[in-house]
Design a protein around this ligand. Structure first.
Ligand SMILES: *Cc1c(COP(=O)(O)O)cnc(C)c1O
Length: 436
């Protein structure tokens, strides 16, 4: 299953609910409605996510269905995660057969899928000799590992005269790098940080996209600069042209690491393997997660070159689940399909089509992004209301800001599916405005 026509067929599967044996483990009183489930949710799940929008029970390709049988076109893909849509037959069968063969071994052992995936990530990243991979279960963990890597770039060798310690780490305003403490220290949003002060020390946030600010910040007291090529959570904001090249030059001169967070932008999301690919630079490290496992949890820190790859030594970092046989098999299966040029061509073509159409929609003031990571601004603060109206109309979208909508659909979204949403959008925006 590796060409787009075959992938397309997934959406044409019958929408008849296929009962999974899991149903018998979770149903207590026969068939439950979405409202029944949400009542159970609110009395059993911690409130950090608020009330979930819907209870989803099944997916196929770019479609999902909720507990009440309503169908949705998924234009968010689990936030850039479901690269091949839902229930992709090849990924599903690879995961099932790996689990039925060898599921977990701990990192006292390794497995062929782990090794093959590391080799594949290095090849796809065009990483030079000596480059290495560390596997995690999520994006935040990949950035935690990168944070620890940065701490190991601590300055001149002990005892060397005149050496200053590298205690500073630079990140950008608007940055999102995750929710665990190290990644949270790199994340800019005050509302996420303030309840958990003090943060791990040394992180400074400088103005987004401002090369002069970067030049003023980066000197030989800086251990690393963390950048997202396109800030996803901030509303799909691409770094200006030339910024990554300037960052590479400044960090190289200062001996600081350039660490790119491609957790959201990597794995074909922008129509390329990495969003940073066209910048023509070699970073010191890249973090990956979201799309990597096609819906199965896995993340990775890729370090470039011998020197950076040996900063973390035996015993200095670890994980129980990271890189286990099932997760790495899921990623191998996903990459096999995403690598297929048909999928990347589809990402570019459908992405272009959506952006061009959005620019002509009344009430849309700006359209941003690359491939199938798309952000657009509205002429009023109605984005959350538009998300609700879209759901009622059968579309899953997301609002990272009060007047910003984000789309990050499966990479196999067809132009016809995109057109269904584009045709419905004016009415969705009108409903959102009427609701104000
Ligand atoms: C989602 C995201 C993370 C965090 O990943 P989790 O898997 O949610 O921990 C980090 N960086 C970026 C750019 C992201 O989009």
């Amino acid at each position: 299953m590796s060409n787009l026509e075959d992938l397309d067929k997934l959406d044409h599967r019958s929408p008849v609910v296929e009962q999974s044996p899991v149903v018998e483990l979770v149903e207590t009183t026969g068939h439950s409605s979405g409202a029944d489930w949400l009542a159970r949710y609110s009395s059993s799940l911690m409130g950090v996510f608020g009330t979930p929008q819907r209870v989803l029970v099944r997916g196929a390709g770019c479609l999902v269905w909720d507990a009440d049988g309503k169908e949705y076109l998924d234009l968010l893909g689990g936030i850039a995660v479901n690269a091949l849509g839902h229930a992709h037959p090849f990924v599903t069968s690879v995961i099932a057969s790996q689990l039925a063969t060898l599921g977990h071994v701990s990192n006292f052992f390794t497995s062929p899928t782990q090794i093959a995936l590391a080799e594949k990530l290095l090849a796809l990243s065009k990483a030079p000799a000596g480059s290495k991979v560390f596997f995690t279960n999520s994006g935040t963990e990949a950035n935690e590992a990168a944070f620890k890597l940065a701490r190991r770039n601590s300055g001149s060798p002990a005892g060397e005269a005149g050496g200053k310690p590298r205690t500073r780490i630079i990140a950008l305003e608007g940055a999102f790098h995750g929710r665990t403490m190290g990644a949270l220290a790199l994340t800019a949003k005050e509302a996420y940080r303030a309840p958990f002060e003090p943060m791990p020390g040394g992180v400074e946030h400088i103005p987004f996209g401002d090369i002069d600010a970067l030049r003023n910040a980066v000197d030989d007291t800086v251990a690393a600069v963390f950048l997202e090529p396109i800030q996803g959570e901030a509303g799909v904001r691409p770094l200006p042209a030339g910024y990554l090249q300037a960052a590479r030059e400044l960090t190289s001169q200062a001996g600081a690491l350039l660490i790119l967070d491609e957790v959201q932008t990597g794995i074909g999301r922008t129509g390329k393997w990495l969003a940073s690919e066209d910048a023509g630079i070699v970073p010191d490290a890249v973090t990956l997660a979201k799309g990597l496992g096609g819906g199965f949890p896995i993340g990775a820190l890729v370090t470039f070159g011998e020197k950076t790859s040996s900063l973390l030594t035996a015993g200095q970092h670890g994980t129980t689940f990271g890189g286990n046989p099932v997760a790495t098999a899921a990623a191998l299966a996903t990459l096999h399909a995403v690598e297929n040029q048909h999928v990347l061509d589809n990402v570019r073509a459908v992405g272009e089509h959506i952006r061009a159409a959005l620019a002509a929609v009344d009430g849309v003031t700006e359209v941003r992004g690359e491939g199938l990571l798309i952000g657009f601004d509205l002429d009023a603060d109605v984005a959350p209301a538009a998300v609700a109206a879209a759901l009622d109309a059968g579309f899953i979208i997301n609002s990272p800001g009060p007047r910003t909508i984000r789309l990050a659909p499966p990479l196999i979204l067809t132009e016809d599916q995109a057109d269904r949403f584009l045709a419905a959008l004016p009415a969705i925006l009108q409903t959102a405005k009427d609701a104000q």
